[in-house]
Design a protein around this ligand. Structure first.
Ligand code: F6P
Length: 320
């Protein structure tokens, strides 16, 4: 059966998106499907910003950060009118199926298009790893390793000056980056949305550790939970330990993807095309118990994400 498959990336970019694009494109091409790359996510789809992809068009991209298809958060697509135009563009280009790479917002967009008759499969990609249905999202490993590298550098200077570093990492509303890099860098505490924090308890801990001879301290704060600058000031005022705040920011979203992100993106891209070829539609790919599975998009969006409470507790216990 002849098919034309569109690919887009939407929402925040994530390292590994290019490996997913390559895998989707080549898995489709080897089956004889036509592949259309859509630039700038749903916004580009509305504007008809698309081009046919051949095997050479996705050469030498899998090691690159960002997304070669560009990305956007489209407000036009949130309207019914925008969605109808997007469907019209699919019809004009002969696109019967769409692979949508991104986060929850991207999957909600896929659902909207599915309702209008486009077969969609979502591939989870966001550095935050905050998609409910899956244990892993493309980009998470690279982002954590980037944060880790930065924090290791901060620790060198923190240690030399006997200071407390308060480092804010990304995660929007989720503490998955924070708790993992906190554990990997020996933080005495992580502040995340998933667990209430008490600044007095953190300061009390620092004061106690100082009394036992510890001279430098690291606190990791997940973006959107507390103000890292304010937390540093409070720590300094209450403990007398000179404190500095650093917001790592968008550096965490860039860079060459790790081996793991390239491999998982490659597997997910292949799986997505297998799904479409088998006649499935309206699915999201996920990792469950380390294996690739797929869920109905509505079901996937309704699931609850697990936070690693145990890791959060144990890193605190090791801070002695
Ligand atoms: O979802 C990825 C992410 O980097 C979040 O961690 C962060 O909250 C958000 O995107 C930042 O978005 P923007 O780049 O639009 O400021």
């Amino acid at each position: 059966m002849s098919r034309t498959i569109g690919i887009l990336t939407s929402g925040g970019d994530a390292p590994g998106m290019n490996a997913a694009i390559r895998s989707v494109a080549r898995s489709a091409l080897v089956r004889g499907f036509k592949v259309i790359g859509i630039r700038r996510g749903y916004q580009g789809l509305i504007e008809g910003d698309m081009f046919e992809i051949g095997p050479r068009d996705v050469s030498d991209i899998m090691h690159k950060g960002g997304t070669t298809l560009f990305t956007a958060r489209s407000t036009d697509f949130t309207t019914e009118e925008g969605q109808k135009i997007a469907k019209k563009r699919c019809d004009e280009a002969g696109i019967d199926s769409l692979i949508c790479i991104g986060g929850d917002g991207t999957f909600r967009g896929a659902l909207d298009l599915h309702k209008l008759g486009v077969k969609c499969v979502g591939i989870p990609a966001t550095i935050d790893n905050d998609i409910q249905c899956t244990e892993y999202t493309i980009g998470f490993d690279t982002a954590m390793n980037t944060a880790l590298e930065m924090i290791d550098k901060i620790k060198d200077t923190e240690m030399s000056h006997n200071r407390c570093s308060v480092v804010e990492v990304m995660g929007r509303h989720a503490g998955h980056i924070a708790v993992n890099v906190g554990a990997a860098t020996g933080a005495i505490e992580v502040v995340t949305a998933e667990r209430e924090y008490d600044i007095n308890a953190i300061c009390g801990r620092i004061a106690y550790l100082k009394s036992t001879g510890k001279q430098h301290f690291l606190v990791i704060v997940a973006e959107g939970v507390g103000n890292s600058e304010q937390i540093a000031q409070q720590i300094e005022a209450k403990t007398g330990v000179t404190s500095r705040a650093t917001v790592l920011g968008h550096v965490q979203r860039g860079g060459s993807p790790t081996c793991w992100d390239r491999v998982i993106a490659t597997k997910m891209g292949y799986y997505a095309i297998e799904l479409l070829a088998s006649g499935a539609e309206n699915r999201v790919i996920a990792v469950r118990n380390g294996k690739l599975v797929d869920y109905d998009i509505v079901e996937a969006l309704g699931m609850k994400k697990r936070y690693d409470e145990r890791l959060h507790s144990l890193l605190g216990e090791l801070a002695i």
